[in-house]
Design a protein around this ligand. Structure first.
Ligand SMILES: NC(=O)c1ccc[n+]([C@@H]2O[C@H](COP(=O)([O-])OP(=O)(O)OC[C@H]3O[C@@H](n4cnc5c(N)ncnc54)[C@H](OP(=O)(O)O)[C@@H]3O)[C@@H](O)[C@H]2O)c1
Length: 305
């Protein structure tokens, strides 16, 4: 089919995120067709210039590039399941959060039906879409990514992570895991400060300053992990950190704050110290995270207690 310039795009799924994606496409001047199971959710976009598709089939027919942003993997199959033939020869960019295996399954399904498939992981919340803070991870068809890079850039910076369709989902989940670890630490910190009546708004600037400074540890840790040398460039040895860690968990309990968000790291630190790695960095704890089930020979030998 002949492409308009800028290319036409169909967005299937107009929840908070799908709506933000469609708005970004409209703002960038793309002819945008939208469909949602609950049709009223398209109303606001239509007033902004989107074309309403009366059905999934009508939406697919409107554009060579079809973007899905639905709740989960199952809903993608629910929506596209009966439309494989209509999708043939088109490009499907799935921005629904899925697992790597689900992304691979969908890519295989798409390939079987002659659909060029690109999987995506959105690293933004809806208000960030179209701003410099947003970025999106992509993996799967390189041709699809190259063809539609400028279109996809309406959502945020584009990072292509390779032909393996599961790669975007894997790194998306890894990034979110890092975020939740940080959020867990934040909640513990607010709770502990709160035991002295310190308001969260008073404490937040110090917390932000400290976490912003410490984020540089990612580079140190990466160098240690990639070189398999947890003693490289150590400035705060693990034995010292493990001692301090126990003390602030004890303080939390004494102040009536459950240490449950942070407690799991303590035994891992202690085990590394007991195994003779006290002079190394905290990073070596990563060795204890490897279990037999992920194919590593390095199994946990110590107690979790
Ligand atoms: N919001 C965020 O901060 C954020 C950030 C990054 C990634 N994401 C990902 O983006 C995706 C969409 O998130 P969202 O925030 O837009 O969620 P949402 O507001 O809950 O919207 C969910 C969408 O999925 C549709 N849906 C659910 N089940 C369906 C089914 N069986 N058949 C057809 N449509 C179905 C809903 O349609 P109805 O309106 O008819 O219910 C709605 O359009 C998710 O995979 C999410 O993980 C979200």
């Amino acid at each position: 089919m002949t492409e308009s310039n800028p290319p036409a795009v169909t967005v299937l799924g107009l929840g908070d995120m799908g709506t933000a994606l469609a708005e970004a496409l409209l703002a960038a001047g793309h002819p945008t067709t939208v469909w949602n199971r609950t049709t009223a959710r398209a109303d606001r976009l239509v007033t902004k210039g989107a074309a309403r598709a009366g059905s999934v089939a009508e939406g697919i027919a409107a554009s060579r590039l079809v973007v899905t942003c639905l709740l989960d993997h199952r809903s993608v199959h629910d929506v596209l399941g009966h439309h494989a033939d209509s999708l043939r020869g088109r490009v499907l960019v799935n921005l629904t959060s899925t697992s790597p295996d689900d992304a691979t399954e969908l890519a295989t399904w798409a390939a079987c039906h002659g659909v060029d498939y690109l999987d995506g992981g959105i690293m933004a919340v809806p208000p960030m879409i179209g701003t410099p803070d947003a970025f999106v991870l992509y993996s799967g068809s390189r041709a699809a990514f190259d063809t539609y890079h400028d279109t996809l850039a309406a959502f945020g910076a584009c990072h292509y992570l390779g032909a393996d369709p599961g790669m975007a989902a894997l790194q998306d989940f890894a990034l979110l895991s890092g975020m939740y670890g940080m959020f867990a630490g934040m909640l513990h910190a607010f709770a502990l400060a709160g035991t002295e009546g310190i308001e969260a708004a008073t404490f937040a600037p110090l917390l932000k300053r400290w976490l912003s400074t410490m984020i540089g540890f990612a580079d140190t840790a990466a160098e240690q992990i990639d070189n398999g040398d947890y003693g490289r460039g150590v400035v705060s040895n693990l034995a010292m950190q493990a001692t301090g860690y126990d003390e602030f968990l004890t303080l939390a309990e004494a102040r009536g704050i459950s240490p449950e968000l942070l407690a799991p790291l303590g035994p891992l630190m202690r085990q590394r110290v007991a195994d003779g790695h006290g002079a190394e960095d905290l990073t070596g704890v990563i060795e204890l995270l490897k279990t037999k089930s992920n194919g590593s020979d390095t199994a946990r030998t110590g107690s979790d207690a």
